[in-house]
Design a protein around this ligand. Structure first.
Ligand code: SAM
Length: 298
């Protein structure tokens, strides 16, 4: 996957080179270029913003700067043709990872491309972070993880002149996306969030494909609690069932914990999934039937 980011603060995007994203760069799965928007600014002051038409507070980013920047990035032309391809921040160890050791060949999500009837599916996807966008979800991350070229336009100030996105539809499939109901200072952090969520779903980026298959939202539920050694810590025990060796019961218990947590924290999600009779029983009881810590002892 190729990712291009346009920003007036390119250094803000440095985390794209670290950890798992850095490893994806190193293994050739991910190619990142970050472009400084000011390369397309003209005039003595290289201004990228101007006062809002109709008055009001703040400044709006200029279409005559963003337009040429998006044109060039779509066509790898002008300053965009000379942008550095980012390298990983550190070399990663080359030891075999879980899926390789198991001989598992991960495959990508089998999702239809995010494309309307009037759009050309071969155009790159332009993601525009904005609090006024459609909410970004795990389902979108899954769909977009199969894209070959994604471009991010990072706004600042009061945002980018809306005409930029009407015009960009000639060269991109344009999506305005929000990462939550709050307002950030700029689109860079949202770009990092969206990129991480997408790139970790590209086959081979996570060492163990089951990690994301069991994640929150993948089956419509929040994931339940996780535990590791030591078995007892500061007077708190790991639930006994996890040492039972009965994998059917452990799977059932984990599903029940996911159901109970979802009911408590995100009841809206429960209405979007199909519940089995066992699922319903757990929700009615308010605890997992396979968890004997709820049974009278003695
Ligand atoms: N005036 C805009 C509004 O009320 O919709 C807010 C602009 S905000 C101060 C500046 C930039 O931060 C936006 O252009 C966008 O790139 C980014 N941003 C802020 N909040 C965001 C969110 N919840 N999701 C995605 N991007 C966000």
């Amino acid at each position: 996957m190729q990712i291009d980011v346009i920003s007036i603060f390119p250094e803000y995007l440095d985390p794209l080179r670290h950890a798992l994203l850095g490893r994806a760069i190193e293994q050739g799965t991910l190619q990142v270029r970050v472009h400084n928007l000011r390369q397309w600014a003209t005039g003595v002051h290289q201004a990228v913003d101007s006062a809002p038409c109709g008055g009001g507070p703040g400044m709006v980013m200029k279409p005559d700067v963003w337009g040429p920047a998006l044109d060039d990035v779509a066509q790898a032309h002008g300053p965009a043709a000379h942008a550095d391809v980012w390298r990983s921040s550190l070399p990663h160890q080359r030891q075999q990872r879980h899926d390789q050791r198991q001989g598992y060949i991960p495959s990508g999500y089998d999702r239809p491309r995010d494309c309307t009837e009037t759009e050309d599916p071969s155009l790159p996807l332009l993601l525009v972070p904005t609090p006024a966008g459609i909410p970004f979800t795990q389902a979108q991350a899954q769909t977009w993880s199969t894209e070959s070229h994604i471009v991010f336009a990072c706004g600042r100030y009061e945002g980018i002149d809306q005409r930029v996105f009407s015009d960009a539809q000639k060269r991109y499939r344009v999506r305005e996306v929000s990462i939550g109901d709050y307002v950030l200072i700029g689109g860079e952090v949202a770009t990092l969030v969206i990129t991480e969520a997408i790139v970790r779903l590209i086959p081979g980026v996570l060492g163990n494909h089951q990690s994301h298959e069991n994640d929150s939202f993948s089956d419509g539920l929040l994931e339940g609690p996780s535990f590791t050694k030591p078995r007892q810590w500061r007077g708190l025990d790991v639930p006994e069932i996890l040492f039972s060796g009965n994998h059917a019961n452990i799977d059932r218990w984990r599903r029940d914990q996911a159901l109970l947590r979802t009911m408590q924290r995100r009841p809206d999600l429960l209405s979007t999934i199909e519940l089995s009779p066992e699922d319903r029983r757990c929700l009615e009881l308010g605890h997992s039937p396979v968890d004997d810590s709820h049974q009278p002892r003695g």
